[in-house]
Write a protein that binds this ligand. Structure first.
Ligand code: GDP
Length: 303
């Protein structure tokens, strides 16, 4: 199931519940099963889904829902309660329980970006740099993607437009060497946010993860950010987990949230990396970038 459908399934389940004349254990269970199916198909971990079911059942206190004398009153009370419980559970799923590393202005931080090709990684590196530059930081961009022809030109073009210093090479084929040279140079220049863009490839493959491991080992990033396309399907969990197994992913950025995607894959990415979503990409332009806010995100997910 496409993740775009996740929100639709949840909304449908809630609607079915709202339409029911009596909300009893059976109706609630059906609704929760439907939502759980949608979450599982979106690769959210089984345990998280099971916990959500248990929590919601506890919260709505089924005794109160037993078809009683005053059905209308019970339905009216129960509906917002159900929705709120589901809303809260989804919010909780997006909270890994600890904040990500936060760079400090004036103090050098190395931030490494990882993600598959096409996820929006290079665009997001510039957006992240530009966002901080506007707040008075001194960011710098390094293109350690020697795999994709044109990667350096793309980064160079973006960086030039935003007036952000950049480093890369047309000749050098070793991404580790470029990354290390870039980090050294920008440390000397007292940049406080040194951003390393890496290669992506089309699919998850061993060589890519080995390269990520080497770049990370050589540059010792303070934070590794996993960039994912908000519209990817079931692949979200595996993809995020695969990166997490080779490098210490500490934050997630979900791109292309300006499209139809509900971004349900973010739940999977948070589960797989145990890291929070920190920003979302909302367009192709440099300033189409927002700090992640869990409540509006979940509202959108619920449709
Ligand atoms: P990379 O291969 O992961 O480095 O991906 P790119 O940065 O080259 O982005 C791939 C495509 O996605 C480009 O056409 C970008 O303009 C586009 N893109 C990136 N982020 C967003 C976003 O938030 N919204 C939209 N609509 N497009 C985006």
């Amino acid at each position: 199931m496409a993740l775009a459908q996740l929100g639709g399934s949840i909304a449908r389940a809630l609607r079915q519940m709202s339409n029911a004349t009596v909300i009893d254990e059976k109706v609630l269970s059906e609704c929760l099963n439907e939502i759980s199916r949608a979450l599982l198909q979106a690769d959210v971990q089984f345990k998280m889904v099971r916990d959500m079911q248990t929590n919601i059942k506890r919260i709505v206190n089924l005794q109160d829902l037993a078809a009683g004398h005053n059905k209308r009153r019970i339905i009216q009370q129960a509906r917002p309660l159900h929705r709120k419980a589901i809303f809260n559970e989804l919010c909780k799923m997006l909270d890994p329980g600890k904040p990500s590393f936060t760079p400090k202005k004036g103090k050098t931080s190395v931030i490494m970006f990882v993600g598959l090709q096409g996820s929006g990684k290079t665009t997001t590196c510039t957006k992240y740099a530009y966002y901080h530059q506007k707040k008075g930081w001194k960011p710098a961009l390094i293109c350690a993607d020697t795999f994709r022809a044109g990667a350096f030109d793309q980064l160079k073009q973006n960086a030039t437009k935003a007036k952000i210093p950049f480093y890369g090479s047309y000749m050098e084929s070793d991404p580790v060497k470029i990354a290390v040279e870039g980090v050294e140079r920008f440390k000397k220049e007292n940049c406080d946010l040194i951003i390393v863009d890496t290669s992506g490839r089309h699919k998850q493959e061993a060589a890519l993860f080995e390269e990520m491991r080497q770049v990370s080992e050589a540059t010792k990033p303070d934070l590794v950010i996993f960039v994912m396309d908000g519209s990817i399907g079931q692949a979200a969990f595996d993809q995020a987990q695969a990166f997490k197994q080779s490098v210490a992913v500490g934050a997630v950025i979900v791109t292309k949230m300006d499209g139809h995607a509900k971004g349900g894959g973010a739940l999977s990415a948070v589960a797989a990396t145990k890291s929070p979503v920190i920003f979302i990409g909302t367009g192709e332009h440099m300033d189409e970038f927002e700090v992640f806010d869990v409540k509006p995100f979940v509202s959108r997910l619920l449709g």
